[in-house]
Design a protein around this ligand. Structure first.
Ligand SMILES: Cc1cc2nc3c(=O)[nH]c(=O)nc-3n(C[C@H](O)[C@H](O)[C@H](O)COP(=O)(O)OP(=O)(O)OC[C@H]3O[C@@H](n4cnc5c(N)ncnc54)[C@H](O)[C@@H]3O)c2cc1C
Length: 390
């Protein structure tokens, strides 16, 4: 692979850099958990920034122009994402733009595209993803939430859990069981659910870093019109796998990890440089090498997409590697800071304003969200190495 920009990408990189230099003030800098991919639904609705991007079609740069995107090539989009990540720019409505919109573009009908895509682009309609249930996470196809047809509607009963951003969402992309008498993957359908519909109850769940980013959602005879089914009846599993592939290829930006690591190395230097051993330097060097590997893995995804291929187990490799690396980076930050790294925000002695302590706890979720590491390893073993199912 040739890692250099072609003339188009080089010119475009300059354009993005100039835009960032002019428009991105320090107050728009993203918090660590958003940069590291586990803060989805927390702090991503930045209307001012969104409007600035919208003037250039850069809210969803790779979407076709007919849906309000800029129709960028995969490689241009990669350059765009790289530059935005280096600058820690907000990723407005990441879940909607990164996962839900592309899924609707692939599986939605024309009416659904007209109805849902403009609200995603403008940031006026915020989405959440209702897949996991208390008994169905890794084994998602075993989900039990029921959708029973009644005239022109489906009636939904059941429960979702770990639903990021449900407390702020206007719409949910929901998976529900529409047939109990067929193999589990073949009896699921995908719906767009109005979060304000009668019978929807959202209860907050506070995570171990004391942030309310996900929720439980209960459905008590919630009516969803038939027209709001995405894809065909009982084919929802295939809609969901499209969403999961988009999620896994984009959840953690390797460039963001590298930028964060640079910041950690500089901010903690006064602490580790006094230790009098090489250990800290070696640990930092390992992390820097690993972030370069993560960047190479994401280049692989981009080059596959540019060649018209759909990454699948490659997305799992990237997700597995980057999420585990994000935890190692948080541990390294903590090692380098010694006992000071355990101080939270508010302490005058806390390195990086207490962000290290919070990062350490927040990153635990990164190897669970979007499918656990074990599940990614199973996918790599079966689809990548051709090993049998367990
Ligand atoms: C920060 C965060 C945000 C999330 N946001 C959302 C969201 O917006 N929407 C949503 O629908 N879900 C969301 N989730 C849920 C997430 O998708 C699930 O937590 C995840 O899929 C794991 O499911 P589970 O929690 O039920 O664990 P389980 O599936 O019960 O797994 C428990 C353990 O068993 C292991 N295991 C299970 N099956 C196998 C197997 N076959 N082989 C080997 N090991 C196995 C797992 O790896 C894990 O270690 C979020 C989770 C987190 C942490």
């Amino acid at each position: 692979m040739d890692f250099r920009d072609g003339p188009d990408e080089a010119a475009f990189r300059i354009e993005v850099r100039q835009f960032i230099a002019k428009e991105l003030g320090p107050e728009l800098r993203q918090p660590d958990e958003a940069v590291l991919g586990v803060g989805v639904g927390e702090d991503t609705r930045d209307q001012g920034w969104l409007k600035k991007l919208a003037t250039r079609g850069w809210v969803a740069p790779a979407w076709p122009k007919e849906y309000g995107g800029a129709g960028m090539s995969v490689l241009q989009q990669f350059v765009y994402n790289e530059e935005m990540a280096r600058a820690r720019a907000p990723r407005p409505n990441f879940l909607g733009i990164g996962l839900i919109g592309p899924t609707i573009i692939v599986h939605g009908n024309d009416e659904q595209k007209k109805e849902y895509l403009p609200g995603l682009m403008s940031g006026d309609v915020f989405w959440c993803q209702g897949f996991s249930e208390p008994g169905s996470g890794s084994d998602l196809a075993s989900l039990q939430t029921r959708a029973v047809q009644d005239g022109d509607d489906f009636v939904i009963n059941g429960q979702k859990i770990w639903t990021s951003g449900a407390h702020r969402a206007d719409k949910m992309m929901l998976l529900a069981r529409t047939d109990n008498d067929v193999p589990k993957h073949k009896g699921i359908s995908c719906f767009v659910l109005d979060m304000k519909a009668p019978g929807v109850t959202v209860r907050p769940l506070t995570n171990m870093s004391e942030v309310h980013s996900f929720n439980e959602v209960f459905f008590d005879n919630v009516r969803v019109p038939r027209k709001d089914m995405i894809g065909e009846l009982n084919r929802g599993w295939y809609v969901a796998t499209t969403t999961l592939d988009f999620e896994r290829s984009g959840i953690i930006s390797a460039i963001s990890l590298e930028e964060l690591l640079k910041e950690i190395a500089c901010a903690t230097q006064p602490l580790w440089s006094k230790q009098g051993t090489q250990t800290a330097r070696f640990e930092l060097a390992d992390r820097f090498v690993e972030t370069r590997i993560a960047i190479m893995l994401s280049y692989r995804i981009a080059s596959m997409q540019a060649a018209g291929l759909i990454p699948n187990m490659e997305a799992s490799i990237t997700k597995l590697y980057a999420s585990e690396l994000s935890q190692r980076i948080a541990k390294t930050a903590s090692h380098l800071s010694g006992l000071f790294g355990q101080l939270g925000p508010g302490s005058a002695y806390a390195p990086m304003e207490g962000r290290i302590e919070r990062m350490y706890r927040t990153q635990v979720g990164s190897t669970l969200a979007g499918g656990t590491s074990e599940i990614q390893r199973n996918i790599i073993a079966q689809r990548g190495l051709g090993m049998p199912r367990e």
